[in-house]
Design a protein around this ligand. Structure first.
Ligand SMILES: *[C@@H]1O[C@H](CO)[C@@H](O)[C@H](O)[C@H]1NC(C)=O
Ligand SMILES: *[C@@H]1O[C@H](CO)[C@@H](O)[C@H](O)[C@H]1NC(C)=O
Ligand SMILES: CC(=O)N[C@H]1CO[C@H](CO)[C@@H](O)[C@@H]1O
Length: 243
């Protein structure tokens, strides 16, 4: 798995005067965690949204991108500033990336999986099942379907792993299928947080909320019949002079 860790170390200088905005971004970048064989350190200066000068540890000096940036690079490359920048890779990035890695990036968090029916089959249209995995980390995950133990390859639509914005991810897979009696449908989830694939079997009986709706509707119907029968009897007795 390729991990790119970009850390925003400091947004140190912000000058806002009449709509002008000067800022810099510090980044430690590596795609070889946890070995750190390719770490780079970058300090990039922007004025409003325009990049004007950048220090890249692989290049080892400031490079200007605008007239003013070229001027700054020339001055800074001949000063103690560039010497300080050359120490950041070893003294900050290589020290701190392993700490961030071991405190966050090598952790795994198990998904919460929900298997539900989005649409019942009927009237010639197929059923739509949805298998959702929530709040897992890292994002790499495999969600697929089994029909009687065989991997289903058609009528499946899956989303990408979607970032929740809080380090956790979610993914959804839809299966369109015509239920036939006796078949067994399962959703399988493979993730770094499990040793073995996790299999969730679909229970085609109605979910509890649907059963509750039916029970509620049926009670309403019975109550309605009782009340109208009561009313009818009352009316009959009254009109025949018994009451
Ligand atoms: C830093 O400079 C090196 C050498 O020119 C280049 O290969 C690398 O892509 C640069 N890094 C970034 C993040 O631009
Ligand atoms: C670099 O700085 C030194 C003194 O700090 C100065 O003598 C020299 O002219 C400068 N060179 C350039 C190219 O600015
Ligand atoms: C001392 C030194 O290396 N100066 C260089 C800094 O970078 C600028 C732009 O690349 C060069 O023009 C300087 O010679």
């Amino acid at each position: 798995m390729l991990l790119i860790l970009q850390l925003l170390l400091a947004l140190t200088l912000t000058i806002r005067t009449g709509g002008y905005y000067l800022f810099w971004v510090d980044e430690c970048i590596s795609s070889s965690l946890p070995d750190l064989t390719d770490v780079e350190y970058l300090r990039t200066y922007y004025f409003n949204k325009d990049l004007w000068v950048q220090f890249n540890s692989t290049v080892g000096k400031f490079v200007g991108f605008t007239g003013f940036g070229l001027h700054a690079a020339e001055k800074w490359n001949n000063s103690s500033y560039v010497k300080t920048m050359r120490t950041v890779l070893d003294e900050y990035c290589k020290q701190n990336l392993p700490l961030f890695y071991s405190s966050v990036l090598d952790k795994t968090v198990k998904p919460t999986v929900q298997l539900r029916s989005e649409q019942q089959a009927g009237g010639g249209h197929p059923a739509m099942l949805m298998c959702s995995a929530y709040d897992f980390y890292p994002p790499a995950i495999d969600v697929y379907w089994l029909r009687d133990g065989e991997k289903v390859t058609t009528d499946v639509i899956s989303t990408e792993e979607m970032a929740d914005g809080d380090w956790y991810y979610q993914i959804h897979s839809h299966l369109e299928h015509m239920p036939t009696s006796g078949e067994k449908i399962s959703c399988v989830v493979e993730h770094a947080s499990f040793k073995e694939p996790f299999i969730y079997d679909w229970d085609p009986s109605l979910p509890e909320s649907e059963r509750n709706k039916i029970a509620f509707g049926a009670s309403g119907l019975v109550l309605g019949i009782i009340l109208s029968a009561g009313g009818f009897i009352y009316y009959k007795k009254k009109s025949s002079g018994i009451l």
